[in-house]
Design a protein around this ligand. Structure first.
Ligand code: NAD
Length: 387
């Protein structure tokens, strides 16, 4: 089986789907690996580093697309690339079915078997393939560094000859994968950290990282697979009222709250931002899905009444080396799961394959993807789901 790795073409994307040490293991397992020339350059991996482990470097993207059996990418494939793939080729990438309907439809129309990493079940069996988690963890870590870099204050308490500096106060909203990593990072830097999540199940994890779990007089919410359910507007209004006082006294707010497939909940309003001290910083990790903060501008840093609101998108790409390394391990684990004796073996009774395979034999077969794309739920997709 030929595994093809393309250069990412999305603006600002520095990651690569496969790194040399993971490619080396795939070559040893009997896969042929072809990497587009220069694909790893922005993540710190030279063509020579791939060649040294038995990877073929291909300068002609078109040739790679027309010979690969499985194409690995970070971002969804481009329409012009899909057109060059042979029918029955497989692609593995983030696919963002909710916003990339034309891409998913093109994949189906070309007979491609496409896997979407966003739809991988969040189960312990799938943990080693879970690219959403590996990349969220990087984002949580980096968000704190970005905030620390902008804040005109120390994070730790310092006792100096020139006087004592109190520690910075950090509030983390949403304590999922990114939030927990943000808490751990802020604690390592010496800040006093508070956190809140609608899922009370994370309370002990928050405490074990040395942060305080904010007790708000709100009902706790748990949905499927450890995710939060979408909250009512009334719930969110009460939540914002209760958070206002905590937001006002904090130096840094890191927001990570999300509901899969929905717009991010609004947790910090413009008046709440105005109530913060000048020089305070908000890093909104939900910027791409609508933002947890009302004044967030996706992809920009804005200053509102002296408060910095950072809406940087694609933060994992700013740590492209480790982001690619973790992503590549997720890829390799998923590939091993999807193949047997060097061939794609798709057993739709398997919850991992059923969960993340979006297009197959000319159809959008995944019920969740169809819902996200606003398509009718077909009998085939329900049967595939129900298998
Ligand atoms: P996510 O990115 O969808 O959401 C981030 C966090 O926002 C969640 O913890 C959610 O509860 C929280 N949130 C939603 N609305 C909120 C609100 N109004 N106020 C405050 N917080 C709010 O989730 P994620 O980080 O990808 O994963 C969430 C959970 O899923 C994990 O903590 C874990 O329990 C589970 N998970 C399991 C696995 C696995 O077993 N392989 C992998 C990843 C995640």
């Amino acid at each position: 089986m030929k595994i093809g790795v393309l250069s990412e073409t999305c603006q600002g994307e520095r990651r690569v789907a496969l790194v040399p040490d993971v490619a080396s293991k795939l070559v040893t397992s009997g896969f042929a690996v072809i990497v587009e020339a220069g694909a790893g350059a922005q993540a710190g991996f030279t063509d020579d580093a791939y060649s040294e482990v038995g990877v073929v470097i291909e300068a002609d993207r078109q040739a790679l697309l027309s010979t690969a059996d499985v194409v690995l990418l970070v971002q969804p494939p481009r329409l012009e690339d899909i057109a060059l793939l042979r029918a029955s080729t497989a692609t593995i990438s983030f696919l963002q079915p909710a916003t990339q309907r034309s891409v998913v439809e093109a994949l189906a129309a070309h007979g491609i078997t496409a896997f979407s990493l966003e739809l991988l079940p969040r189960s312990s069996r799938a943990q080693s393939m879970d690219a959403l988690s590996s990349q969220s963890s990087l984002a949580g870590y980096k968000a704190v560094l970005m905030a620390a870099n902008r804040l005109g204050k120390f994070f730790p308490m310092l006792m100096t000859a020139a006087g004592t500096i109190p520690p910075a106060r950090v509030l983390v909203l949403g304590a999922g994968v990114a939030g927990l990593q943000a808490i751990a990072t802020a604690r390592r830097l010496g800040a006093v950290v508070e956190a809140y999540d609608v899922r009370s199940a994370v309370k002990e994890e928050v405490k074990s990282l040395g942060a305080t779990f904010l007790e708000l007089a709100l009902e706790t919410q748990t949905g499927l697979g450890g995710y939060a359910r979408e909250q009512s507007e009334e719930f969110l209004t009460r939540q914002r009222e209760m958070l206002t006082e905590r937001v006002a006294v904090t130096d840094v707010v890191i927001t990570t709250a999300a509901i899969p497939g929905r717009r991010a909940p609004l947790l910090v309003t413009a008046p709440m931002v105005k109530g913060m001290r000048r020089g305070s910083v908000i890093v909104d990790l939900a910027a791409e899905s609508g933002g947890n903060c009302e004044v967030t501008q996706p992809g920009q840093v804005v200053e509102v009444n002296g408060v910095w609101v950072d809406g940087t998108t694609n933060i994992p790409s700013t740590m492209a080396l480790h982001a690619s390394q973790l992503y590549a391990r997720n890829m390799s684990n998923l590939l091993q799961h999807l193949t047997s004796a060097g061939e794609l073996k798709l057993d739709f009774a398997d919850e991992i394959i059923r969960g993340c395979c979006v297009t197959h034999t000319g159809q959008v077969i995944n019920e969740q993807a169809r819902r996200l794309m606003g398509m009718a739920i077909t009998q085939e997709s329900t049967q595939t789901e129900a298998h």
